[in-house]
Design a binder for this molecule. Structure first.
Ligand code: MCU
Length: 418
């Protein structure tokens, strides 16, 4: 059973990253004895010796990270389905997916902007969004709950449209099922000009549990050009290791061991680590976020809730940002942590930062996205001896992404935003 899941995960990783990976990537060794109290080095393969030096190496490394995340935490992203067809009528984009002899339909709705011109840039709203809808940008509202149920109980596992298609024992947790649906929405907007969405300018956002989903969707769908997770907490932009550390200091923070009992956002594959030690995982959520590089990522946090582990998010995201730094496009990734406010109530103090990322990545304008800010007092950079003692290379070479956009490393801007 485990072996077949592993094969599926490797297959899915290959499908996702085949367009960029080198013919020969280092093999993933047996990691059953792996343990690491630090955030694993983004630039050393899981074999512990091979270094990432070029963009072609990075393509191999992201394929490896994708495989490991699916295997250890998120469950398998199914390979592309047999068929995806869509029709657009009124405000409804009806998407019909057929795979392995089964068929399912789901229907996101689109709210068009009152300014701008079709085809519009868009943000896929993971269960709604909690940032103000930007001018000139359509919002594609996606009912993630109907896709994979997560009503705060382990009894939700295996329920929802995704599981009707792939079976109630599919390894994907709810967040991976949501990410799969985002991929299908991208298929649909590409094949349905009547929906008036520009498929080259689509982002994803969501808050809290939906922020976890937004981050994972951005990581596993290379056609998403801007990912905006908001107050996503543990299982989102937080590091499992750093959240355990915060908890150990007596601050009540959501940890892996708590989260697997609270909900079904992750695969049951994750339980083995969550119930023993997350240090046994060769990945963490800085690795997850790094899958997005060099595409746009803007992380929104709120210092008001210990439960959200803002220090954990800061440490993980500062670490993740080294992926963008290594490619010479650090400003494609930003972080903004505001002072205390109500959960998922977007504060106006973060508006200009969000606007800059939207302008740069969705509206095709040029904006200053050099934004790494916190209302906290965190003094952490990479490398640091406690959490990330690894160094950051300057990658060489060129990588062509699955959407055909070319990123030449060393330049200050990335063609991702075109
Ligand atoms: C931050 O996301 C979650 C959190 O993981 C849960 O523990 C908490 O109960 O709910 C948050 C949420 O989704 O709030 C809407």
């Amino acid at each position: 059973m485990f072996q077949s899941r592993l094969i599926q995960a490797v297959f899915a990783a290959c499908v996702l990253f085949a367009a960029t990976a080198k013919a020969q990537c280092p093999a993933i060794p047996n990691l059953s004895s792996y343990t690491n109290t630090q955030l694993p080095d983004l630039f050393t393969f899981a074999d512990g010796v091979t270094k990432v030096q070029t963009m072609a190496d990075w393509a191999c490394r992201t394929a490896e990270i994708s495989t490991l995340l699916q295997q250890d935490e998120l469950g398998t992203m199914p390979a592309d389905p047999t068929s995806v067809t869509a029709t657009f009528s009124g405000t409804t984009l009806a998407i019909t997916v057929t795979d392995q002899g089964k068929t399912m339909t789901f229907s996101p709705t689109i709210t068009f902007p009152t300014s701008g011109t079709a085809p519009y840039p868009a943000i896929i709203a993971m269960g709604g969004i909690s940032i103000p809808a930007p001018a000139g940008v359509a919002i594609i509202n996606f009912d993630n709950e109907g896709m994979a149920n997560q009503d705060s109980s382990p009894a939700s596992r295996g329920k929802g449209l995704f599981y009707n298609l792939y079976g109630s024992t599919a390894s994907a947790g709810a967040t991976m099922a949501w990410a799969w649906a985002v991929r299908r929405i991208m298929d649909a907007v590409e094949s349905t000009p009547a929906a008036k969405i520009n498929p080259a300018r689509v982002g994803v956002s969501g808050c809290s549990r939906n922020g976890k989903g937004a981050l994972i969707a951005g990581a596993f769908e290379p056609r998403i050009v801007l990912t905006i997770p908001q107050e996503s907490g543990s299982g989102g932009t937080d590091s499992w290791r750093l959240s355990d550390y915060i908890e150990s200091t007596g601050v009540s923070t959501q940890t892996a061991s708590e989260i697997i009992g609270e909900n079904v956002w992750f695969s049951t594959n994750f339980n083995q680590f969550a119930t023993t030690s997350v240090n046994k995982m060769p990945v963490d959520h800085h690795s997850l976020a790094a899958l997005i590089a060099p595409r746009g990522l803007f992380v929104i946090d709120n210092l008001g809730y210990d439960w959200l582990g803002p220090f954990s998010s800061w440490g993980a995201m500062i670490s993740a940002r080294t992926a963008w730094t290594s490619m010479g496009v650090a400003n494609n990734m930003g972080i903004s942590q505001s002072a205390n406010h109500s959960h998922c109530v977007f504060p106006s103090t973060q508006q200009s930062a969000v606007t800059a990322f939207v302008q740069q990545f969705l509206l095709g304008q040029t904006a200053n996205t050099n934004i790494v800010q916190t209302a906290g007092t965190y003094n952490l950079s990479v490398p640091n001896s406690q959490w990330a003692s690894w160094s950051v290379p300057t990658l060489t070479g060129t990588s062509t992404t699955t959407t055909g956009q070319t990123t030449t490393v060393g330049s200050t801007t990335s063609a991702q935003s075109t």
